[in-house]
Design a protein around this ligand. Structure first.
Ligand code: T46
Length: 143
C-alpha cells in the first residue's frame, strides 16, 4: 500500500475504476489499494438544501476522500497559503483532502448525495471550526 506523507499535497482527485455494463456502471474502492489511508469511517450527506453551506472547518489529523455519488457540489479548499476549488459531479472521482486543510462546501444540486471515506472515526477534538485558530495552528507549527 502506498502512503503519502501528511505534507504531500493538499487536495487531489482520486480516480476509481469503472465497470461499464448495459445494466448500469459499477465502481469500487478497495481498502489498502485505491486510497492513501485505511478506511475507518464512511458517512454521507443527503437531503441537502440547494442553498446549504457545509464544512467550514479543518482537521488536525483526519484525511478524507469526498465523492458526489449523485448530483454535484463545490468544495473550496484552503491550505493557509493557496485557495482552490473543485466541482464534484462524477461518482468515480473522489477528492482527497489531507489533514490541516480548511474546506467549505456549497452549490449543492437538487438531490445531491455526498459520500465521505475517512481515515479515523468521528472525534470532535480533531476539528478546527474557527478559521483564526486554524491559521494560528499553521503558523505555530501545531500541524
Ligand atoms: C467534512 C465534511 C465533508 C457525527 O456525529 N459523526 C460524524 O461522522 C460526522 C461527520 C458528524 N457528526 C456530527 C457532528 C455534528 O454535530 O454531525 C453533526 C454535523 O457535522 P458537521 O457540521 O461537521 O457536518 P459538515 O457536513 O459540515 O462536515 C462534515 C464532516 O464533519 C467534515 O469532516 O469534511 O462533512
Amino acid at each position: 500500500m502506498t502512503r503519502i506523507s501528511a505534507h504531500q499535497g493538499s487536495a487531489r482527485i482520486i480516480d476509481l475504476p469503472q465497470i461499464h455494463d448495459p445494466r448500469g456502471d459499477l465502481t469500487f474502492v478497495e481498502g489498502g489499494n485505491h486510497l492513501p489511508f485505511d478506511i475507518a469511517r464512511v458517512y454521507y450527506l443527503y437531503n441537502v438544501p440547494v442553498d446549504s453551506e457545509r464544512g467550514g472547518h479543518a482537521h488536525r489529523d483526519l484525511e478524507q476522500v469526498i465523492f458526489a455519488l449523485s448530483g454535484s457540489f463545490r468544495i473550496k479548499i484552503d491550505d493557509g497559503e493557496t485557495k482552490t476549488e473543485f466541482w464534484l459531479r462524477d461518482p468515480r472521482k473522489g477528492l482527497y483532502v489531507n489533514r490541516m486543510i480548511w474546506r467549505e462546501m456549497d452549490a449543492f444540486s437538487q438531490g445531491a448525495v455526498c459520500m465521505v471515506l475517512a481515515s479515523h472515526v468521528y472525534d470532535e477534538s480533531d476539528y478546527f471550526r474557527d478559521y483564526n485558530e486554524f491559521q494560528n495552528a499553521l503558523r505555530g507549527g501545531v500541524e
